[in-house]
Design a protein around this ligand. Structure first.
Ligand SMILES: *[C@@H]1O[C@H](CO)[C@@H](O)[C@H](O)[C@H]1NC(C)=O
Ligand SMILES: *[C@@H]1O[C@H](CO)[C@@H](O)[C@H](O)[C@H]1NC(C)=O
Ligand SMILES: *[C@@H]1O[C@H](CO)[C@@H](O)[C@H](O)[C@H]1NC(C)=O
Ligand SMILES: *[C@@H]1O[C@H](CO)[C@@H](O)[C@H](O)[C@H]1NC(C)=O
Ligand SMILES: *[C@@H]1O[C@H](CO)[C@@H](O)[C@H](O)[C@H]1NC(C)=O
Ligand SMILES: CC(=O)N[C@H]1CO[C@H](CO)[C@@H](O)[C@@H]1O
Length: 482
């Protein structure tokens, strides 16, 4: 992640929640038929600063609603609050959540995260204007949104204003963390949460990310990736322009940006369930003595950039500095990274896949260069506020894909009140429970049939369903349990 979510897409675009580098979401998806349940925009007024007693400014927050499956007498069925994360929110994706909504007779609503897409309080994203961009403000938006939408439903069904539907919250990746944190901070507003690949632990030096890439790759592919990194580091010293040009990335003047781009190109393959896309060509090249750097460059250009829609500029600090960029998500996510959650994807001291130049210093320099002096991720305070993996809440399901480098920032141990499941398979990545395998290109309904173990996905989906069922049933009436 960069961003936990990121995809762009030339042909495909998905709306995955991606965390990939700082998190760069990728480009806005085309509205291909079937990819979304709805793309019809709605709006609500939201406060710019929920924590100031004197600042009453407002901004327009975009959202979507899909009531078609809503059941229950007089529209009393559940409402599924599906969170959008660090990217433009272009509709309600037609993935496994749609299947769940149908099963439970639930309406689905999705608000866009503040600042992203069309929900920005400011036109200029100068650092000064980003001071209201935080997970804490975003959670308060969600609480206000939840009440606003409940009011809309009550009016629609001519109900008294005190009526409350049972709500359940869903999110993947950063929005998976928000989903867990929402249940933590506003337990009276939701019956439970699903935190799919929810990155609830703010991590400063996130070396486990790179380690997981190595484990997911397996020994042979890992060795080929490491040799490629070594060769690129060497060529960079000799003739940096030529090696960058080979990857179509000669616009990246900063060597760190270039090396991060290459590191992410490998990580994203595992994150989104396409290990063979990078491992097959590299291990074949190694066996047949073909040039590893050229082979990797071809993967980066043809697959990472063209097929999956990554933009080189999203790795360019000169681009990230722009305060009115066309793609706002990269700058915005980096701000969240640099001010709140870090997840610095640094090279481990030993045995790393990525270049050792992608280190803590690189990340701190980026934060300073892009946002100015004084923007620094205080992960201690973030984890103090939410509890990290020791989050003290209840009725949250955590799910993680076994191959996903992000899973080490999620809650992987299980307790009765907060079950955690690892979906184990060769291409189980980020958000596999909702999105299937692979996630690039996007598959409608998150079909598990191409997961290397469809059973693993199906089993976890059954477990998720039974938790939702139980917690919704415990949520209503005066005997409600927490
Ligand atoms: C709500 O009341 C209005 C006006 O009395 C009526 O036209 C409408 O059909 C009612 N809607 C429902 C869902 O009962
Ligand atoms: C992160 O890594 C850097 C460089 O290795 C080190 O100086 C620093 O102490 C580490 N910080 C934490 C919080 O682990
Ligand atoms: C570094 O990694 C290699 C390969 O995994 C391992 O054999 C070696 O013991 C490690 N060294 C240290 C100091 O951890
Ligand atoms: C849960 O896992 C974390 C790290 O993954 C560990 O620090 C903690 O002790 C574990 N808690 C329990 C109750 O096992
Ligand atoms: C599954 O993979 C096969 C090829 O292996 C492909 O033809 C098919 O479209 C894929 N199905 C899904 C749902 O991705
Ligand atoms: C519930 C579950 O599958 N827990 C496993 C999660 O992953 C860790 C290792 O990362 C295992 O130790 C747990 O058993």
């Amino acid at each position: 992640m960069g961003s936990p979510a990121r995809l762009a897409a030339a042909a495909a675009v998905l709306h995955l929640l991606l965390l990939a580098r700082g998190a760069e979401p990728r480009r806005a998806p085309p509205h291909a038929a079937g990819r979304y349940l709805t793309t019809e925009e709605r709006w609500m007024d939201q406060r710019v600063d929920h924590f100031s007693p004197t600042d009453h400014r407002q901004f327009k927050q975009r959202y979507y609603e899909f009531p078609d499956y809503h059941g229950g007498s007089g529209g009393g069925g559940p409402v599924f609050l599906r969170l959008c994360g660090e990217e433009s929110c272009n509709g309600i994706p037609n993935d496994y959540l749609a299947v769940l909504a149908k099963k439970f007779g639930a309406a689905v609503v999705t608000p866009e995260h503040r600042y992203y897409g069309k929900s920005s309080p400011f036109e200029s994203l100068a650092t000064e204007n980003l001071r209201f961009l935080s997970s804490k403000q975003a959670l308060f938006d969600l609480a206000a949104f939840r009440q606003h939408y409940q009011g809309t439903l009550n009016a629609r069904y001519n109900r008294s204003s005190g009526f409350d539907n049972p709500w359940f919250v869903f999110g993947v990746s950063y929005s998976g963390a928000l989903s867990a944190w929402f249940r933590l901070k506003f337990p009276h507003l939701t019956c439970g949460s699903l935190a799919s690949s929810g990155v609830v632990l703010a991590v400063y030096n996130f070396t486990d990310f790179d380690k997981q890439v190595g484990e997911s790759a397996g020994p042979e592919c890992k060795a080929a990736l490491q040799e490629t990194t070594r060769l690129v580091d060497e060529q960079l010293r000799v003739d940096s322009y030529s090696v960058k040009a080979l990857f179509g990335a000669e616009t990246l003047k900063n060597d760190g940006d270039f090396l991060f781009f290459l590191a992410d190109a490998a990580a994203i393959a595992f994150q989104y369930g396409n290990p063979e896309a990078v491992c097959s060509p590299l291990t074949n090249a190694k066996k047949s003595g073909r040039n590893l750097v050229e082979t990797y460059a071809q993967y980066v250009q043809d697959v990472f950039v063209k097929k999956w829609g990554t933009t080189v500029s999203s790795y360019d600090q000169e681009y990230l500095k722009k305060t009115t960029p066309e793609d706002t998500s990269s700058r915005l996510w980096w701000f969240q990274v640099c001010s709140e959650v870090a997840y610095f994807q640094v090279a481990p001291k030993n045995d790393s896949i990525r270049s050792s130049k992608v280190d803590t210093r690189y990340h701190l320099d980026l934060c300073r260069n892009v946002f100015g002096e004084g923007v620094y991720p205080d992960v201690y305070m973030t984890n103090l506020y939410y509890g990290g993996t020791r989050i003290a809440a209840s009725k949250i399901v955590f799910t993680n894909g076994s191959q996903d480098p992000w899973r080490h920032a999620s809650k992987q141990n299980s307790s009765e009140d907060m079950p955690s499941y690892i979906i184990k398979c060769g291409n189980c990545g980020h958000g596999t429970d909702l999105r299937g395998c692979p996630q690039l290109p996007f598959v409608i309904e998150g079909n598990p049939s191409n997961c290397s173990s469809p059973e693993a996905v199906i089993t976890v989906r059954k477990q998720i369903t039974s938790h939702i069922d139980l917690w919704l049933s415990q949520c209503q009436g005066p005997a409600r349990s927490w």
